[in-house]
Design a protein around this ligand. Structure first.
Ligand code: GDP
Ligand code: MG
Length: 163
């Protein structure tokens, strides 16, 4: 079975930044199939000799301020269906929001492994803010900075354990 990692979460948490980092840093080929797949972007990546597909799911909710629960459910359910591992991204700069909680309630019903990724951990001090996200009830939190790359190695070490 193919190894597929889906990145989900509300707009502006940094999903596309992580996606681009995973793809570019591995010098993989990005295969943009938006339009066919409702603006989801697929790319190929590699970590410690394991190859996988990454899905950036955010495309079709960008630009809408109000995301209805149906749209969230649809995004998450499509991702969960396709993925072997789901990365649920939250934002340390904004902290926990109601929309994060809506996503989390859908995630908790997933039978696929869900890793909570606390993005924008640009400094060690910022990473400490991840603790409030344990309230989501999804277990371990992985602090990363998609911008400067810190924490992404530890996250990927965990991701590839599920392949
Ligand atoms: P998406 O809507 O979830 O795909 O989010 P984007 O990847 O488009 O990023 C939203 C904003 O967050 C952009 O302005 C990014 O530059 C910024 N951003 C993404 N990752 C980081 C990070 O690790 N640290 C900081 N400080 N900003 C980030
Ligand atoms: Mg995006």
């Amino acid at each position: 079975m193919a190894n597929i990692v889906a990145i989900v979460g509300r707009p502006n948490v940094g999903k596309s930044t992580l996606f681009n980092r995973l793809i570019e840093s591995r010098k993989a080929i990005m295969d943009d199939v938006s339009g066919v797949t409702r603006d989801r972007h697929y790319g190929y990546a590699e970590w410690t000799g394991k190859f996988f597909t990454v899905i950036d799911t955010g495309g079709y909710v960008v630009g809408s301020e109000d995301i209805f629960e149906g749209a969230i459910r649809e995004q998450v359910e499509i991702a969960i269906e396709e993925a072997s591992v789901v990365l649920f991204m939250v934002d340390l700069n904004t902290g926990l929001t109601d929309l994060d909680k809506d996503f989390a309630s859908v995630m908790r019903r997933s039978k696929k492994p869900v890793l909570v990724v606390a993005n924008k951990a640009d400094t060690h001090e910022k990473a400490m803010a991840m603790h409030e996200f344990y309230a989501l009830g999804l277990g371990e939190i992985y602090p990363v900075s998609s911008q400067n790359g810190s924490g992404t190695g530890d996250l990927l070490d965990e991701v590839v354990k599920h392949f």
